[in-house]
Design a protein around this ligand. Structure first.
Ligand SMILES: [Zn+2]
Length: 99
């Protein structure tokens, strides 16, 4: 990996990726992905209007709006992910996968 890959993305890049994500929300691919209403993280069935689009690798950490980085997440998981440190989030995932 090149050194510059570790630079934090600037605001313009993040805005671009957010726009891409918004466009992807309108696609058939996303419709199919959310059709089951299953949260990618906790596996709970979630009403369609409460399904959010989540970046597995957050944009702030250099994640991109690509199909393999976008997953349906319930509001609970999404807001937890936002408020937790990456390490805490990993622990949370480990915990729910054991249930
Ligand atoms: Zn969830």
């Amino acid at each position: 990996m090149e050194f510059f890959d570790f630079d934090a993305p600037d605001e313009a890049q993040i805005r671009l990726e957010k726009n891409k994500a918004r466009d992807l929300r309108k696609t058939r691919w996303w419709q199919q992905k959310t059709a089951s209403g299953i949260c990618h993280y906790c596996g709970r069935k979630t009403p369609f209007k409460e399904i959010t689009m989540d970046h597995v690798v957050p944009l702030s950490r250099g994640g991109k709006s690509t199909r393999n980085n976008l997953v349906p997440a319930c509001k609970t998981c999404n807001s937890r992910k936002k408020s937790m440190l990456p390490l805490e989030w990993d622990e949370y995932l480990e915990k729910i996968s054991k249930d």
